[in-house]
Design a protein around this ligand. Structure first.
Ligand SMILES: C[S@@+](CC[C@H](N)C(=O)[O-])C[C@H]1O[C@@H](n2cnc3c(N)ncnc32)[C@H](O)[C@@H]1O
Length: 223
């Protein structure tokens, strides 16, 4: 199964020998590619809707791979059982809004030393990072992918301690800031322009711009 750069980057974070759950699998491409490559101990594709899950089943059968499927809202109960038992589990949630991701992560148990979250929220990335930091996760790895003029942020996290984030870390990611890769600069410039445009819009509507002022100030320190 050929993956685009975004899903290829997500799959690179899957740990060999872990049980991989692709939550919100839609077409199932990521789960099928994982099963084909034999990276994971097991692969499960799940979705809240039966139409995408049926499409994923058909795609898996065409590709001749065997994987498990679950029709459910959020993280499948089998994943939570494995996490509680201390088994290595990778939970991928890609291509969903940040609020949806935050809602489903509240099901993750406190004891989860062997869990890796691999997240690609398509909105509210700073809120997802804040939620993770406030819930006792640390940032394992992060990446910024620029593909077809779009910017994607991958956040991976594991349980282990509470580390409050600065606003710049919420916006750009602790690991991204450490690595200082060129695509992080692209993200920073994009967020800066978006905040400046949002501030102008709010100013002309007579609305408070404190949030935009704070983000612009934080990003200008980096830029
Ligand atoms: C835009 S698609 C993303 C597909 C794939 N993960 C990707 O990144 O290409 C979002 C999928 O998430 C599913 N979804 C949305 N909310 C969900 C939830 N709470 N639990 C499980 N699946 C959900 C939708 O049905 C849809 O198939």
């Amino acid at each position: 199964m050929k993956l685009d750069a975004r899903l290829e980057a997500v799959l690179r974070f899957a740990r060999p020998g872990a049980h991989l759950f692709d939550v919100g699998c839609d077409h199932g491409k990521l789960a099928i590619a994982a099963a084909e490559r034999g990276i994971s101990a097991s692969v499960t594709a799940s979705d809240i809707n039966s139409a995408p899950l049926d499409a994923a089943k058909a795609n898996a059968s065409r590709a001749g791979v065997s994987l498990a499927f679950a029709l459910c809202d959020g993280i499948p109960s089998r994943a939570l059982e494995l996490v509680k038992a201390g088994a290595p589990v990778d939970i991928v949630v890609a291509g969903m809004g940040g609020e949806n991701i935050i809602n489903m992560l509240s099901a993750v148990p406190g004891e989860a030393e062997n869990l890796r979250l691999i997240l690609l929220p398509h909105s509210k990335q700073p809120e997802v990072r804040r939620f993770l930091a406030d819930s006792g996760f640390f940032f394992d790895e992060e990446a910024v992918i620029v593909e077809d003029g779009k910017i994607y942020q991958i956040i991976t996290a594991k349980r282990g301690g509470f580390f409050p984030l600065t606003r710049l870390e919420e916006l750009l990611g602790v690991r991204n800031l450490t690595y200082g890769r060129p695509e992080v600069l692209v993200l920073a410039k994009h967020l800066h322009s978006a905040s400046v445009a949002a501030r102008e819009g709010r100013r002309s509507a007579g609305l408070c711009t404190a949030e935009q002022d704070r983000d612009i100030e934080a990003l200008e320190v980096y830029l």
